[in-house]
Design a protein. Structure first.
Length: 160
């Protein structure tokens, strides 16, 4: 059962990463394509559902699974503890980054009553787009640390 937790953790984190990459390759490009019309269209589309609805469920779940993995493998070895702890830190950091950096920009572009001028929208969309790759890198590093921890877990089992 322990291994299911750590494998579920890395699986959910991989899902977060690929949805994030999708947002960079599809949604961000669409938003930047014809500002301000594209932002107005996105506002209408996001009235029903938006990518945040996915992340509100799966990001906390990923963090909980990463925390559980750290707890259940805490005594395995210091290396496992380090790698799983770094993975949790990365997943948590990506969420903090989201709240501090992305939410304010999303609110200005897609939620606020007043639509900003075209230059402001272009700047915000470009900032969002470029920094989403940084957020993706943070999640990717978390996945790498998770796999390093999993590797140490399996190597420890082989030596027994």
């Amino acid at each position: 059962m322990k291994k299911v937790i750590v494998l579920a953790s890395v699986s959910f984190a991989s899902g977060i990463l690929f949805v994030n990459i999708y947002n960079s390759l599809v949604n961000a490009v669409a938003v930047e394509s014809n500002i301000p019309a594209s932002v107005i269209a996105t506002r209408e589309y996001f009235k029903t559902v938006n990518p945040g609805d996915f992340f509100k469920i799966f990001s906390p779940l990923t963090q909980v699974l990463a925390l559980l993995a750290l707890i259940v493998f805490w005594r395995r070895s210091s290396q496992v503890r380090l790698f799983l702890g770094l993975a949790l830190f990365c997943y948590f950091s990506a969420d903090v980054f989201t709240f501090i950096y992305f939410h304010p920009r999303n609110d200005i572009m897609f939620v606020s009553q007043k639509i900003p001028d075209t230059e402001t929208l272009k700047r915000l969309a470009a900032e969002w787009s470029s920094m989403n790759w940084v957020r993706s890198l943070i999640v990717f590093l978390g996945i790498v640390f998770s796999f390093l921890g999993i590797d140490k877990i399996y190597k420890a089992n082989q030596s027994v």
